[in-house]
Design a protein around this ligand. Structure first.
Ligand code: TXA
Ligand code: MG
Length: 333
């Protein structure tokens, strides 16, 4: 559903406490009235999302940020002026009236203004900020088409607004402004370089002892098929008896002996690669492969977000999908 009537209908559902899947420029979101704790609880239920994982609240005008947060530092003002609407989420101290379930009990809140006409109209017509995670079962690949949402959550959501494929294809960049210095919590659709060109140096290291954002859990954004990240495509012997799919960044320059190959961008264009990432992984995931081998991507611009998702998709807690050996903690490739 993509017309004005559908948006009005969706807004009415939101106002009455229902949940609606809607397109944004990054991925599809599953939204509810951000001031209605019962409606937000349904999102957690439908996604199978742990209650310690807070949601992003979506607004339709930069000025609405003030209604949600205690204070807006000048660096945030500069950043949102430049990059909103767009794939940028800011984390700040929240106002008391935001229900705890939205922020998972944290004193902070994540807010963004999406750059998508359907998302913006929906928020305006609903007359409330919309709390929305990506519209996928917890831990699985984010949806970049309405069809992806339908396949996975179809009968559990009240309505799906169809805006076609998402232009950016990876989630928003999350920057926290809680400890004085801005800190990158999740690389995403706006590059770190672009953010730093507006507000200067952004911290990027992990915060000690805990994931800085629960979406930063080591295994996340993962297909069902095991994913291996790294250059073993040079050693096809390893995969002889296996049904292996290859996720290539750009056009591979030789005959690859894989069961199936997905190319993210023939020309090696980072934006195109990001936009295709989750769909390509889904297509490979549907083939019942033993393994998906993913080609590493240069970590500049959007490449940082793509590699972040691939690392998390390829993180195995128990054993190596190549050898069956238990690999214990840490990286193993
Ligand atoms: O592009 C996007 O950001 C998409 C679209 C729908 O807007 N949304 C999205 O939501 O990716 P979700 O729930 O899949 O990821 C939200 C991330 C989670 O990793 C969560 O931990 C983090 O935002 N987050 C939310 N509130 C936070 C807070 N107060 N402090 C730190 N991280 C927070
Ligand atoms: Mg998500």
């Amino acid at each position: 559903m993509r017309d004005a009537k559908a948006i009005r209908q969706a807004a009415e559902i939101i106002r009455k406490g229902g949940i609606v899947a809607f397109p944004t420029e990054t991925v599809y979101g599953l939204g509810a009235d951000g001031y209605n704790p019962l409606a937000v609880a349904r999102i957690f239920e439908v996604k199978g999302r742990p209650s310690f994982d807070p949601l992003i609240v979506h607004i339709a005008h930069p000025a609405h940020l003030e209604k949600l947060v205690k204070e807006t530092p000048s660096s945030v003002k500069r950043l949102t002026e430049k990059l909103w609407p767009g794939p940028l989420t800011v984390v700040l101290l929240k106002k008391e009236n935001i229900p705890d379930i939205v922020t998972a009990g944290l004193p902070s809140i994540a807010v963004r203004m999406p750059d998508h006409p359907i998302a913006l109209s929906l928020i305006k017509e609903s007359s409330c900020p919309i709390a929305a995670p990506s519209a996928n079962p917890f831990g699985y690949l984010s949806p970049t088409t309405a069809e992806h949402v339908r396949e996975q959550l179809g009968d559990q959501v009240d309505l799906i607004l169809d805006g076609g494929p998402c232009a950016i294809g990876v989630e928003s960049t999350i920057i926290s402004f809680l400890d004085g210095k801005p800190r990158l919590l999740r690389p995403g659709g706006v590059s770190l370089e672009e953010v730093e060109s507006v507000i200067g140096k952004v911290e990027t290291g992990p915060i000690k002892d805990r994931p800085s954002a629960p979406g930063m859990l080591p295994r996340h954004y993962a297909p069902r098929t095991p994913v291996v990240l790294g250059g073993n495509e040079k050693n096809p012997e390893l995969y002889k008896s296996r049904n292996v799919g290859f996720l290539a960044f750009q056009e591979p320059n030789r005959d690859l002996k894989f069961h199936s190959v997905e190319v993210l961008s023939r020309k090696g264009d980072m934006r195109e690669a990001a936009a295709n990432l989750f769909s390509a992984l889904r297509r490979l995931d549907a083939l019942n492969l033993d393994l998906i081998l993913a080609e590493p991507i240069p970590e500049v611009g959007l490449g940082r977000a793509i590699m972040d998702r691939l690392r998390r998709a390829s993180h195995f807690l128990d054993s190596s999908p190549l050898t069956g050996e238990n690999r214990g903690e840490g990286e193993w490739l």
